[in-house]
Design a protein around this ligand. Structure first.
Ligand code: SAM
Ligand code: SF4
Ligand code: F3S
Length: 510
């Protein structure tokens, strides 16, 4: 019987995509995924360091694994590794905390996984691979473990923005971009295998192209010349060009949707906004009606201390232009409350921004000082109780907005890409579902979903399926037993009539 692996993922979509790559590499070694952690011979924790709470989750998970080492089942003691941003940042400190840990690897050494396992299996203890790739160029091919109509495609890595609160530039290194040709070929290959929706990934996708191998004048990447720098420059490859190249490549004609995440308002150029125009006005046909554009705060003074290099007014005019070109765009954001020196007035400005922008959803976080960042040197002067209070106010404020925006869909027909059967088969007939969020199991607070509107839901027996609209809304729908198609609907584009809503999901019928 083949050996089994189990990967526990925390953090953002970058980590989710990295876990998929790890799974593909392990499958390449002849291993199968385990349903339960106890069945696995190789266990990997892909950790996130963005907030203290996230690190705590990864490290507590590691603590729980000690029992499996001490008291192994019939499969023997598992090999245990820590990866992701926690591995990258904490490195050999993790062995001190958990001497039973076998290996630590980082965000730039995922492809070394087979070699790492070989070394551990040959008897080496505490194997560590956390160096950043020293080459300037970034070239890779997407590796997928499970066949699906959707795929994440890394187009750039690292972050040069150095927002004062953020650990990511330290865990993911300097920005490096693939070339347009390479990404288009990669997407074309995925489309040939049945992929119909791609999400282009990077910490800051709209600085894609900055200094990539197709750029003539490349500067050395030292800390002092990258902080906060906008990129790419005139003449370099850029993100809108990449979108258009994918959209117009005949090999990608079966692709239906292009999404991307994450973006920074500073690089969110007019050229990119114009990609959202209707096709007859030169827009990118396959670009999904969705944008996640973190704003972080509605106060210019806080934004300045956060080192965001943009103002609220700029952000508002960007969103105004965007909505003019694509009125149905689904808009979401990230917000931090309780940043050092944040006053009641600053916080009120954030609430006002929510009122003005009418986001469809928001991810909100209480500020958590990260060691080594510039903000960690500022006094963390907003008490925890006030941070929590502001977080709750903000979440319930956004909840009302989201509820209204979702309810406006009732009676409409939407096209969805079916992602699979709903995990919780009761969702259409009662219980609330924990919606899949942008950030994975690491402390992101979404507005809390209210009890499901049972009156609006179609009732009866059958299978509940789940999918997403172009504007990224989750739609759950029931196929009544005997009445609808019996086959697997995963990967299909279907039209659904919306009959009910909460602040995070829509419900409907086929
Ligand atoms: N590069 C992306 C961006 O800028 O949008 C994602 C950054 S981070 C992975 C995701 C979110 O975590 C950020 O947008 C920010 O709201 C939040 N975050 C980052 N550092 C934080 C900190 N120290 N405390 C609280 N929230 C933080
Ligand atoms: Fe962090 Fe700012 Fe980079 Fe986003 S843009 S990853 S918040 S430093
Ligand atoms: Fe993502 Fe967390 Fe790393 S949010 S980039 S996994 S620190």
């Amino acid at each position: 019987m083949n050996q089994k692996f189990y990967i526990k993922t925390f953090g953002c979509q970058m980590n989710v995509a990295d876990s998929e790559r790890m799974a593909a590499l392990l499958a390449g070694l002849g291993m199968d995924p385990a349903d339960e952690i106890e069945q696995a011979q190789v266990i990997i924790i892909n950790g996130c360091s963005v907030r203290e709470k996230a690190v705590h989750k990864a490290v507590s998970q590691l603590g729980e694994l000690q029992l499996l080492k001490r008291d192994p089942g019939i499969g023997g003691a598992p090999i245990i590794g820590m990866g992701g941003c926690v591995g990258q940042l904490d490195q050999k400190e993790l062995f001190k905390r958990a001497p039973y840990l076998d290996f630590v690897f980082g965000t730039d050494t995922i492809d070394n996984l087979p070699e790492i396992l070989h070394r551990v299996r040959s008897g080496e203890r505490h194997v560590i691979y956390t160096d950043f790739d020293p080459s300037m160029d970034y070239s890779t091919e997407t590796k997928i473990h499970t066949a699906s109509a959707q795929a994440f495609v890394n187009i750039m890595k690292g972050c040069d923005k150095y927002c004062t609160y953020c650990i990511v530039p330290y865990t993911r290194g300097r920005e490096k971009s693939r070339t347009i040709d390479e990404v288009v070929n990669d997407v074309a290959r995925l489309v040939a295998t049945g992929v119909r929706e791609v999400t282009l990934l990077g910490q800051n996708v709209n600085s894609f192209g900055k200094g990539n191998v197709n750029t003539l004048a490349r500067e050395p990447r030292t800390l002092h010349n990258v902080i906060g720098k906008v990129g790419p420059k005139e003449g370099e490859e850029n993100f809108p060009q990449l979108l258009r190249a994918i959209d117009s490549d005949p090999r990608c004609s079966a692709l239906k949707r292009i999404r991307f995440t994450s973006s920074h308002p500073l690089d969110f150029s007019e050229e990119l906004i114009e990609c959202y125009a209707p096709p007859e006005q030169g827009g990118v046909t396959r670009l999904a009606s969705q944008l996640h554009l973190p704003v972080q705060s509605g106060s210019n003074s806080v934004l300045q201390k956060m080192g965001r290099h943009h103002k609220v007014e700029q952000y508002l005019s960007q969103m105004e232009h965007l909505r003019k070109l694509r009125p149905d765009v689904g808009l979401s954001t990230d917000l931090i409350v309780g940043f050092p020196t944040e006053t009641d007035e600053d916080f009120k400005a954030t609430l006002e921004l929510l009122d003005r922008l009418q986001y469809d959803g928001a991810y909100a976080f209480a500020y958590s000082p990260r060691p080594g960042t510039r903000a960690a040197k500022m006094p963390d002067d907003v008490p925890d109780s006030l941070k929590r209070e502001r977080l709750n106010i903000l979440l319930s404020h956004q909840l009302k907005i989201s509820q209204q925006r979702y309810a406006a869909f009732i009676g409409k027909r939407v096209e969805i890409l079916v992602e699979g059967e709903a995990k919780n088969q009761n969702i259409v007939t009662g219980g609330a579902r924990k919606a899949r969020t942008h950030y994975h199991d690491e402390g992101a607070e979404h507005e809390r979903e209210p009890k499901f509107d049972t009156k609006a839901a179609p009732s009866g027996t059958g299978r509940v399926w789940t999918g997403r609209t172009s504007c990224f809304r989750i739609v759950n729908f029931l196929v009544p037993a005997g009445a609808g198609p019996a086959e697997d609907l995963t990967g299909k584009f279907l039209e659904i009539e919306i009959t009910g809503s909460t602040s995070l999901t829509l419900q409907g019928k086929l």
